[in-house]
Design a protein around this ligand. Structure first.
Ligand code: PEP
Length: 245
């Protein structure tokens, strides 16, 4: 399966910084050996889409659970699609934590994205407290089950990202073995849900960087990465991309 490396810029960037970053990425990217995407703040989608060419796919960081109408501040899947968006992150832990997004809302967001031809990158992951009480598997399975339940036969069109909350932006990475263990659980769950589960990529995210990416991505069930901080540094992001084989 072709690996996917997706950058999550979070709430970072400016017109000038985006232009410099995209210029450096395009200059450093070679060959179609893996898929590359950048998930950028909504106001920059048009700009980055124009800079991305056809080697870097455009991604959003969120999508509304509603189709259209009186939802001030929301951005619909149809609007994203018009801007050429291919991927939309749903259920990032920062959205779950700061915006109280439930599993049900995340599942609806995935549904809206799929209905408009956008691939949702569905984030799941346990907090440190949940890991320490031995609840990791239950938590990620519950989070993924909501999306599977709402999306049925479309489930083979999603990307899943395992992002342990304790590893996001903290510099603490799951060991390759810890990550693989959870990825194998998610793989089995997807396999039970879809005859086409072999098409579903499961990314690891959480302080992935130029130094640890290669080892993480040699694990059998790690099909790429969702990268926050390091995706803003072109040299590091390019190294991560180069280590995905
Ligand atoms: C993320 O935001 O999805 C993420 C993995 O962040 P970081 O790489 O900075 O830990």
């Amino acid at each position: 399966m072709k690996k996917l490396i997706a950058g999550n810029w979070k709430m970072n960037g400016s017109l000038a910084a985006n232009e410099a970053l995209m210029g450096a990425l395009r200059a450093g990217l070679s060959g179609p050996a893996r898929d590359v995407a950048v998930c950028v703040p909504a106001p920059y989608l048009a700009q980055v889409g124009a800079l991305a060419g056809d080697v870097i796919a455009l991604g959003a960081q969120d999508v509304s659970a509603h189709e259209q109408g009186a939802y001030t501040g929301e951005v619909s899947a149809a609007m994203l699609r018009e801007l050429g968006v291919r991927y939309a992150i749903v259920g990032h832990s920062e959205r779950r934590q700061y915006h109280a997004e439930s599993d049900a809302v995340v599942a609806l967001k995935a549904q809206r994205a799929l209905a408009c031809g956008i691939t949702p990158i569905v984030c799941v992951g346990e907090t440190l407290a949940e890991r320490e009480t031995g609840d990791t598997e239950n938590v990620v399975k519950r989070q993924l089950a909501a999306v599977i339940h709402a999306n049925g036969h479309c489930i083979s069109e999603v990307v899943v990202a395992y992002e342990p909350v304790w590893a996001i932006g903290t510099g603490k990475t799951a060991t390759p073995q810890q990550a693989q263990q959870v990825h194998a659980v998610l793989r089995a769950q997807l396999h039970a849900a879809s005859a086409h589960s072999d098409r579903i990529r499961i990314l690891y995210g959480g302080s992935m960087n130029a130094g640890n990416a290669a080892e993480l991505m040699t694990q059998p069930d790690i099909d790429g990465g969702l990268i926050g901080g390091a995706s803003l540094k072109p040299e590091d992001f390019l190294k991560i991309i180069a280590s995905a084989r």
